[in-house]
Design a protein around this ligand. Structure first.
Ligand SMILES: [Zn+2]
Length: 255
């Protein structure tokens, strides 16, 4: 498989001969409205932090299907809705998200289950917990996904989740050889973390010590608090650096 990080959570994954687009946010730097409140460090600049590393036409070329883990502004935006063909196959997490995407004119939607398929690729929805404490109620529901195919390693895309028992159970059940986690340790001025912190990434590694862990969702939006550099230093100190891949925007990792 090939995992290409575009920016934030947006990825293009080549898997068993198919191309999957995950959580497209295509807005230009600073083009999105402000988030609901300032970040932990009072930073409240407009999202996203950076330009896309590639033209949109190049990113969406030959995409076979899409997965939307949830519809927060940093995972799905108007620029993506405008750019994508309305008949593209999209897996969404629930009826609510299906309704919202239908209103944007998309016609080929399917709710992701534990036993979904795209061609001969098996897709399984996994549980996610988008934060800790009261902030979790504001963040709402998110789906992760596991991809399986006889010619590929098992891939677990955990999506916007902190480390918690369901991530541990998913790893125990599917034994993924590749895990994509959303790092960045996003935090607003009030409330706890929204996605994985460096300690969460360490726990993920401990649960799957042989897996390659690809960390995305870093430095893309203003409330990221964990930088790639800080994470790299942390995993090297813990002597787990070999298993942790921290791609730059636009970088492709072959696994
Ligand atoms: Zn996010």
């Amino acid at each position: 498989m090939k995992v290409q990080l575009i920016r934030n959570a947006t990825m293009v994954v080549e898997y068993a001969g198919k191309k999957m687009l995950v959580d497209p946010m295509f807005s230009k730097k600073g083009a999105l409205a402000r988030g609901p409140m300032p970040a932990k460090d009072w930073n409240w600049k407009r999202n996203p932090n950076n330009e896309l590393p590639l033209p949109v036409a190049e990113i969406i070329k030959d995409i076979d299907f899409m997965v939307l883990t949830h519809l927060h502004f940093d995972h799905w935006d108007k620029a993506a809705a405008d750019a994508l063909p309305k008949n593209i196959k999209i897996f969404v997490q629930d009826e609510n998200d299906k309704k919202t995407i239908t209103k944007s004119g998309f016609t080929n939607l399917e709710i992701l289950t534990e036993n979904s398929t795209f061609g001969d690729i098996k897709l399984s929805r996994t549980k996610a917990q988008h934060g800790k404490g009261f902030i979790l109620n504001l963040a709402g529901q998110v789906a992760g996904i596991v991809l399986r195919h006889s010619s590929e390693k098992t891939l677990y895309i955990a999506a916007d989740t902190v480390w918690y028992e369901e991530v541990e159970k998913t790893i125990a059940k599917f034994k993924p050889e590749v895990i994509v986690v959303n790092g960045g340790d996003n935090r607003f001025i009030i409330g706890d973390q929204l996605v994985m912190s460096k300690e969460d990434i360490y726990k993920t590694h401990q649960a799957a010590p042989k897996a390659d862990i690809v960390v995305v969702h870093m430095e893309g939006v203003y409330h990221n608090t964990l930088s790639r550099k800080e994470l790299r230093q942390f995993v090297d100190q813990k002597s787990i650096g070999e298993n942790i891949i921290i791609p730059e925007d636009g970088e492709t990792v072959s696994l």
